[in-house]
Design a protein around this ligand. Structure first.
Ligand code: HEM
Length: 511
């Protein structure tokens, strides 16, 4: 009996050692010199994070980087998974500035059921070909006509805000929810050419499904029980996700089929005759461009198009609403900046609040540009970028083993004192290339990432933020309700959030 038990134990030990020898010994050896917090066998650094609230994680990781990071590099073992947080700008440049690190880290996996292999997650040749055909969809001619949609949807937002203003009490109200519905309407119309009227019907199946997916992404990120597919699949949350996905996918699919049929009709209003005509006709949605695109001489299938349209829906609304909310938060805290924004809006758009914003007018809002840049430095909508190392490689003399997840944080970089003076103070002028003495390293300021895999929607996003912010500021003085001395407690999900909603009060502005 004891002999059998002994043999089983010895075999288990032998297998364990063999796995260690084959898989981990090399990893441990080559990464020995990286900075690291105290670690335990098997769980690695995992025990530091167990039982922590989502908002405590940023504080913990930032503290580890400050205490244990070497050359702004920190090693974090989560069980058998090796993660490297990188903050050395030369390393950041290698990772983001080249196509060697084109694969996304494990964190993005939770998005796959919805986005499949859309541009954000795809890699290699597929990513390259898709990026090439999607790039013209962000041509200025296309963006030009989208400003009409930004204008129209921000007017609906104003109606909702006016109702809130009339009812608001001392506690103010949660501005984010309304902005989020507005950006949802905007992206739906620009991506698919249809309106879901989220701002007037926030209980539609589609909106509820998007909210469910956001909740799923949050839980999968922070709850260890939901992290592994095998255990996750059996939970009620996974069932809720499957139901939501059915709603989201069938909605996009239906629109694609309809638009395809419309485009086949002779004299279709969105049909363009040649490549250069992209956007020349009115109301060309991203979807129309994808329907007319070819890869290797073949048109894209409905499934191909769906993953890209769904990617726009995901990347194109929470990111911008997070940025708009933090923009209002900052200019509410710094009334002088709010005053300058309004002064500029009046000088560019005039005194008549009904004058619609246009592409050219928005491009003349230079001070607002600086405020948006500074907002995204302090509160980048995407707080962490992740890449997977496919083959062992060297980055500036550091050996990085295959399988490592590399994390680069626009949030941590944006708050570094050695990169930005007074990093916790809102100073839009630092981005003024004419007057500012601060020299900016392009890899220190990366809210839209950098290099070939940067945000394809950057210009779209800035135009939309400006359109919404300008229309709101023309009508209202924005006031933050809360303790202005205490910075908001942040949660670094896929999109940056605050632990508690930021509350605002609006006052009618006298022009
Ligand atoms: C303030 C708003 C926005 C911010 C801060 C932002 C930021 C980012 C960042 C940091 C990435 C790189 C992600 C990574 O490497 O993991 C990215 C990628 C992407 N963004 Fe944005 N984004 C914004 C708005 C938008 C909008 C409005 C759209 C579409 C209409 C969009 C579409 C995309 C797409 C498709 C990608 C993937 C690009 C690729 O991998 O080739 N984004 N964005």
């Amino acid at each position: 009996m004891f002999l059998v038990l002994g043999l089983i134990l010895a075999s288990a030990l032998f297998v364990g050692l063999l796995i260690y020898q084959l898989k981990f010994k090399h990893l441990i050896e080559v990464t020995r010199d990286f900075g690291s917090a105290p670690t335990l066998p098997v769980v690695g650094h995992g025990y530091h994070f167990v039982g922590k609230e989502p908002h405590e994680l940023i504080i913990k990781v930032r503290g580890f980087m400050e205490t244990y990071g070497k050359d702004y590099t920190l090693k974090v073992w989560l069980g058998p998974e090796l993660n490297l947080l990188m903050g050395n700008l030369k390393d950041v440049e290698v990772v983001l500035g080249t196509l060697r690190f084109n694969d996304k880290a494990g964190e993005y996996k939770a998005l796959e059921p919805w986005l499949k292999e859309g541009l954000l997650i795809s890699r290699g040749r597929k990513w390259h070909k898709r990026r090439k055909i999607i790039t013209p969809a962000f041509h200025f001619k296309i963006l030009y006509q989208f400003v009409d949609i930004f204008e129209r949807e921000s007017r609906v937002l104003l109606k909702n805000l006016e109702r809130e203003r009339e009812q608001q009490d001392q506690g103010g109200f949660n501005l984010y929810d309304w902005i989020n519905l507005c950006t949802m309407d905007t992206i739906c119309e620009t991506a698919m050419g249809v309106s879901i009227n989220a701002q007037t019907n926030k209980d539609s199946d589609y909106i509820r499904a998007v909210k469910t997916i956001s909740m799923v992404l949050h839980k999968r990120m922070f709850n260890i029980f939901y992290r592994f597919d095998l255990t996750y699949m059996l939970t009620p949350l996974a069932r809720a996700e499957r139901r939501a996905l059915k709603v989201l996918h069938s909605f996009t699919e239906k629109i694609i089929v309809q638009r395809r049929q419309e485009l086949l009709r002779p004299n279709s209003s969105t049909q363009s005759s040649d490549d250069t005509d992209v956007g020349a006709k009115r109301k060309m949605a991203f979807l129309d461009i994808l329907l007319q695109s070819k890869i290797d001489d073949k048109p894209l299938t409905n499934a191909d198009i769906r993953e890209e349209v769904d990617t726009f829906m995901f990347e194109g609304h929470d990111t911008t609403s997070s940025a708009i909310m933090f923009f209002f938060y900052n200019i509410a805290l710094y009334p002088e900046c709010q005053r300058k924004c309004v002064e500029e809006i009046i000088s560019v758009l005039g005194n008549d609040r009904e004058t619609p914003v246009t592409y050219d007018l928005l491009n003349n809002l230079h001070y607002m540009d600086l405020c948006i840049k500074e907002t995204l430095r302090m509160y980048p909508s995407v707080p962490l970028l992740g890449r997977k190392v496919v083959q062992e490689c060297e980055i500036n003399g550091k050996i990085i083993p295959a399988g490592t997840n590399i994390g680069i944080s626009p949030l941590l970089l944006g708050r570094r004192e050695d990169l930005f003076s007074e990093p916790n103070t809102f100073k839009p002028e630092r981005f003024d290339v004419v007057t500012s003495a601060e020299k900016l390293n392009p890899y220190a300021y990366i809210p839209f990432s950098a290099g070939p895999r940067n945000c394809i929607g950057q210009k779209f996003a800035v135009l939309e933020i400006k359109a919404i912010a300008a229309n709101v500021l023309r009508h209202y003085e924005v006031e933050f309700v809360g303790n202005a001395e205490e910075p908001p407690v942040l949660i670094a999900e896929l999109i940056l959030r605050t632990k508690d909603p930021l509350m605002f009060k609006l006052k009618q502005r006298m022009l």
